[in-house]
Design a protein around this ligand. Structure first.
Ligand SMILES: Nc1ncnc2c1ncn2[C@@H]1O[C@H](COP(=O)(O)OP(=O)(O)OP(=O)(O)O)[C@@H](O)[C@H]1O
Ligand SMILES: [Mg+2]
Length: 397
C-alpha cells in the first residue's frame, strides 16, 4: 500500500484544516434556513451534521464550500477567513449524493481529472495511490456504468481526495445506496478518513449512519444545532426531547420532582416513585417542578407480574400491560401500556424468552436508576419522533 504518502502529502499542505463557523446564517426572504450558528470542527475529525429533511444541513455545507453566500457570519478554514472566497479558491472538495462521474471517461481518468485540469502531466503515481486507497486498482479501466453504486461512490471520493483538500464535504453521499451497501460504505468511508487523516464533514439524516461514522455529531433541528457531542454522549445524555427521540428511541415520562436524596432526585409519575441521578437532569428540579424522565428501551427489564417479588430492590419500577410484541431476531420489542406512559418501549435481548410475555400480560418494568435522565418538561415529548410534523424520515435527498 502506498497510502502513507497520501497521508504525508496531505499533512504537508496542511495549515490548520479545521472548520470554524462564527454566527453563520442564511435567510431566504423572511425564512431563516440556518439561524446564527457557531461551530468548530476539530482538525482531522469525522464530523457529522445530522437532522431531518429541511433542517438546514445542505445549506450549512454549501456555505462552507462557498456554493451559498451566507446572510451573515464568517467561515474560517484553519487560520484563513474564506468567507469572501469563491468555491474554487477554498481548500475543500465536495462529494454529493449524485456523484456525477464523467460517463465517457474510465475510472482512472475520472480520478485523474483534478490533476489534469491543473496541468499536471505525470499523474500515474497519485492516481494509483488513490485507486489503492479506495480499493479500486483492478477496476481502473472500466467505465462508471460498469461499476456498482458503492464502487462509483468510492471513485467520487477518490476524485475529490486527489486534490488534497483540507476538508472533504460529503452531502448524503450514500443516499442512493441500498441498506446493506450503505452499511459497508459507512465503514469504508470511515477507514478512508482514518487513513488520509483529513477532516470530513458528512451530512446525513440517518442517525445510525452518523453514530457509526462520526467522532462528533451536531444534531440540527429547524436551522439550529440542538446538541453537539460524541455519539455515545449524545445517546446517553440527550439534553432536549428532540435529541432524545431523533437519536434512537426514548421513553419520556411526565413527572413531578418530589425530593432530593443525596445526589439523586426522587420524582413522582402517575403514583410511582422514580429515582434519577441529579447530574443527569438538564432541567431545573426543585420540589414541585415538572420534568420529563427519560429511559432508553434497552435499559429496561420486563418481569411477569406473577414474579414481581423477584425484582431486586433499588430499581425504578412501574407496572403495565403488554400491548404489542415484535420479534426482530436479536431482540424482541415490546410496547407496554403504563399509567405513566401509554406506549412504553422495551427491547429485550433474546437470551431466554419468557413465553408468558405476550400481549395482554401484566408486567413489571424495572431498570437501574443510574440509566435515567431528566429533561425540561416545557418542550414537546414528541419532538423528533415520527409523530412530530417536522420529521419526515426517508426524505434525505
Ligand atoms: N434557494 C432556496 N430558496 C428558498 N428556500 C430554500 C432554498 N434552498 C433551501 N431552502 C430552504 O431552506 C431549508 C433548508 O434546506 P436544506 O437544503 O439545507 O435542508 P437539508 O437539511 O439539507 O434537507 P434534506 O435532508 O432534505 O436534504 C429548507 O426548508 C429549504 O426549503
Ligand atoms: Mg440536503
Amino acid at each position: 500500500m502506498t497510502t502513507h504518502t497520501t497521508k504525508n502529502q496531505t499533512a504537508a499542505t496542511d495549515g490548520g484544516g479545521d472548520v470554524r463557523l462564527a454566527g453563520i446564517t442564511k435567510t431566504y426572504g423572511s425564512f431563516t434556513a440556518v439561524h446564527p450558528l457557531d461551530l468548530t470542527v476539530p482538525q482531522g475529525s469525522f464530523f457529522a451534521l445530522l437532522g431531518a429533511s429541511g433542517c438546514g444541513k445542505t445549506t450549512t455545507l454549501r456555505m462552507i464550500a462557498g456554493l451559498e453566500e451566507p446572510s451573515g457570519g464568517t467561515v474560517h478554514l484553519g487560520d484563513q477567513d474564506v468567507t469572501a472566497l469563491p468555491p474554487y479558491k477554498r481548500p475543500v472538495n465536495t462529494v454529493f449524493q449524485s456523484y456525477a462521474l464523467f460517463p465517457h471517461l474510465d475510472i482512472y481518468e475520472n480520478v485523474a481529472f483534478g490533476l489534469r485540469r491543473r496541468g499536471i502531466k505525470s499523474v500515474k503515481k497519485q492516481v494509483g495511490e488513490m485507486l489503492d486507497l479506495v480499493q479500486l486498482g483492478e477496476q481502473a479501466r472500466k467505465k462508471p456504468h460498469q461499476l456498482s453504486g458503492g464502487q462509483q461512490q468510492r471513485v467520487a471520493v477518490a476524485r475529490a481526495l486527489i486534490n488534497h483538500p483540507k476538508v472533504l464535504l460529503l452531502d448524503e453521499p450514500l443516499g442512493a445506496l441500498d441498506l446493506k451497501l450503505r452499511r459497508q460504505m459507512q465503514l469504508e468511508l470511515k477507514r478512508i478518513q482514518t487513513e488520509v487523516g483529513i477532516t470530513f464533514v458528512h451530512v446525513t439524516h440517518d442517525q445510525e449512519e452518523a453514530m457509526t461514522m462520526a467522532d462528533q455529531v451536531a444534531v440540527m433541528n429547524a436551522g439550529r444545532v440542538e446538541q453537539l457531542g460524541a455519539p455515545a454522549d449524545l445517546y446517553e445524555n440527550p439534553r432536549t426531547t428532540f435529541v432524545a427521540n431523533f437519536l434512537g428511541t426514548s421513553n419520556l415520562i411526565e413527572a413531578e420532582v418530589d425530593t432530593r436524596s443525596g445526589d439523586d432526585l426522587v420524582v413522582k409519575a402517575a403514583g410511582d416513585k422514580l429515582v434519577l441521578p441529579g447530574a443527569r437532569c438538564s432541567a431545573p428540579a426543585k420540589a414541585g417542578d415538572k420534568i420529563l424522565v427519560g429511559v432508553r428501551p434497552e435499559k429496561i427489564s420486563l418481569t411477569h407480574a406473577d414474579d414481581a417479588g423477584s425484582v431486586p430492590e433499588g430499581r425504578n419500577r412501574i407496572t403495565g400491560r403488554i400491548g404489542n410484541t415484535s420479534f426482530i431476531g436479536v431482540s424482541t420489542q415490546y410496547v407496554v401500556d403504563c399509567a405513566a406512559c401509554p406506549e412504553f418501549e422495551v427491547y429485550a435481548q433474546n437470551i431466554d424468552r419468557d413465553a408468558r410475555l405476550a400481549p395482554g400480560a401484566e408486567v413489571v418494568l424495572h431498570w437501574n436508576p443510574a440509566h435515567t435522565f431528566g429533561l425540561d418538561a416545557d418542550q414537546s415529548p414528541l419532538a423528533g419522533t415520527m409523530g412530530d410534523a417536522g420529521v419526515t424520515e426517508g426524505e434525505g435527498a
